[in-house]
Design a protein around this ligand. Structure first.
Ligand code: 5AD
Ligand code: SF4
Length: 490
């Protein structure tokens, strides 16, 4: 009799970097014979890929451990339970205290070891830890070496949509914003060699990827020194990958405002495959708050950068992140943030209530003095201003036509209207666009005439027989198969 095929179940919270890490971990386990399970039931390996950016994300993982790991471990002690990623790097002891049945604790810089550690846990019955060095614990070179860039062979089966892929260009972060855990959970900033990135993009395109999104915590500070006097900047990298046959679209996230150089903006304008979209978080519209956050720029210099983006890349869409209720944020400072959002015309903004994180500079230095109710109110107020602006922006698209890369069936049937299947995708400016259309268009780039808009979505009519992009003329029959690895993103 054949031995049963081992199954791995994985839940992922957090950013796109985590989604990519989960894809890579599952791909490595598949090479060991594992298949991916939809639920923890029957899985011999249960993994949680975690996020520490806000307390809420951590609590979500502890609660998921209690519900999706503890009962299965109890029923079958041979089940291996692992906590991987940011929380693992930061809180190894706490995890074992709160969930003593956890067998594996593996930090962001050690994910390549997972297949071996699972075997070791099974063989010895002992918990296995693999963590990188703390940033203050050794020399920069030693700490860097302990955070490996984990980018092994790619497996299109693991991606929610095979025609879209993330590619890491940089690991870690050196900015040390005072509220943020990332510099300690993901280690020093290190750019990957351009040859590796370009080879990975070629592989992904060969596997069917049409869109790649380059990932880095501060992606626009990407810089690779070749050691012979040559340096590759993000703009050089984008130029080098641009003509890859079969590649249709390239995006990159997340940008740091101070590192938004003109060469990069010129590349975004000149290279037709680059999305005309920049995510450049400002975090606050008040200089005193930005100073306490140690963001290294002022509101005036951010506005100047925004102006430069729009001047150099006509029609570019810009989005931002905000933290409301940071230490010492007064009504007056929040009013300045409101004013910035009113004026800046961001395509959209992601708004977060400040969550104090142990180990960050802000926790030692400042008091988390804005009451939760005030954080909540400010969050809602800022969102209301942003939503009104998003609606205004979206309405300017009515009557225009857009190129949409179709991602899948529209999840909520966003527009009332009959039983016809609706599809959703994104435009070159990263706007969500919903239209009626057959499932076979999933993965194709189509032209849509925009007829209506809400604050979140453009609605339109697909032009029949006018598929654009690589698949033009040769429609691939492919049923939509939206697949998620684990939980939705926090
Ligand atoms: N509390 C709330 N939001 C945070 N972010 C980062 N750290 C914190 C924190 N401690 C937000 C920032 C960042 C986004 C990814 O998460 O806005 O841009
Ligand atoms: Fe965190 Fe700031 Fe680095 Fe972004 S730039 S990951 S907010 S420390």
């Amino acid at each position: 009799m054949n031995p049963p095929v081992p199954k791995v179940y994985i839940e992922t919270v957090g950013c796109q970097m985590n989604v990519l890490d989960s894809e890579l971990v599952v791909a490595a386990l598949k090479k060991q014979g594992y298949t991916l399970a939809d639920s923890p039931e029957g899985a011999s390996l249960i993994l949680f890929n975690t996020c520490s950016v806000r307390e809420h994300a951590e609590e979500k993982t502890y609660s998921a451990l209690g519900r999706h790991a503890a009962p299965y471990k109890k029923a079958d002690p041979g089940t291996v339970v692992g906590v991987i990623g940011c929380m693992a790097q930061k809180d190894q002891e706490r995890i074992r205290q709160r969930a003593p049945y956890v067998d594996l604790v593996v930090g962001t810089g050690q994910l390549a070891k997972i297949p071996a550690l699972v075997e070791e846990a099974r063989r010895t019955g002992q918990p296995q830890y693999a963590l990188s060095l703390p940033r203050a614990g050794a020399s920069r070179a030693e700490v860097e070496a302990s955070f490996e860039s984990y980018d092994p062979a790619r497996d299109p089966e693991m991606r929610p949509t095979p025609f879209q892929a993330f590619v890491r260009v940089q690991i870690g972060c050196d900015k040390f914003c005072t509220y943020c855990v990332v510099p300690s959970t993901r280690g020093p900033e290190q750019s990957r060699p351009p040859e590796h990135i370009l080879a990975e993009v070629r592989t992904l395109v060969d596997q069917g990827a049409k869109e790649v999104t380059l990932l880095g915590q501060t992606v626009n500070s990407y810089r690779y020194a070749h050691g012979d006097g040559r340096t590759t900047r993000l703009s050089d990298l984008l130029l080098a990958m641009h003509d890859t046959p079969g590649l249709e679209r390239v995006k990159f996230v997340t940008n740091f405002p101070k590192d938004m150089t003109d060469d990069l903006l010129d590349a975004v304008r000149e290279l037709p495959k680059l999305a005309k979209y920049l995510h450049v978080p400002v975090q606050s519209g008040c200089d005193e708050v930005l100073k306490r956050m140690k963001r290294l720029y002022t509101v005036a210099s951010y506005r100047e950068m925004l102006h430069r983006c729009r001047e150099r890349v006509p029609g570019v869409a810009v989005s931002s992140d905000f933290i409301v209720g940071f230490c010492g944020e007064t009504d007056d400072s929040f009013a300045k943030t409101l004013r910035l959002v009113e004026e800046a015309r961001f395509k959209n903004s992601f708004i977060f209530k400040y969550s104090e994180r142990p180990g960050t500079k802000a926790m030692g230095r400042y008091t988390d003095d804005v009451p939760e109710a005030v954080k909540k109110r400010r969050n809602n107020d800022l969102l209301a201003v942003q939503n009104a602006n998003s609606l205004l922006d979206h309405r300017t698209w009515i009557g225009r036509s857009v190129e949409v890369l179709v991602e899948g069936p529209s999840r909520h049937g966003e527009r009332a209207g009959g039983d016809r299947p609706q599809l959703t995708g994104r435009t070159m400016t990263d706007h969500i666009c919903v239209f009626d259309g057959p499932p076979r268009l999933v993965g194709q780039t189509v032209t849509v005439d925009v007829t209506d808009a809400s604050g979140f979505t453009l609605y339109g009519d697909v032009r029949v027989g006018e598929q654009t992009g690589v698949g033009r003329g040769a429609t691939v029959e492919r049923e939509p198969r939206p697949r998620r690895i684990g939980l939705a993103v926090v």
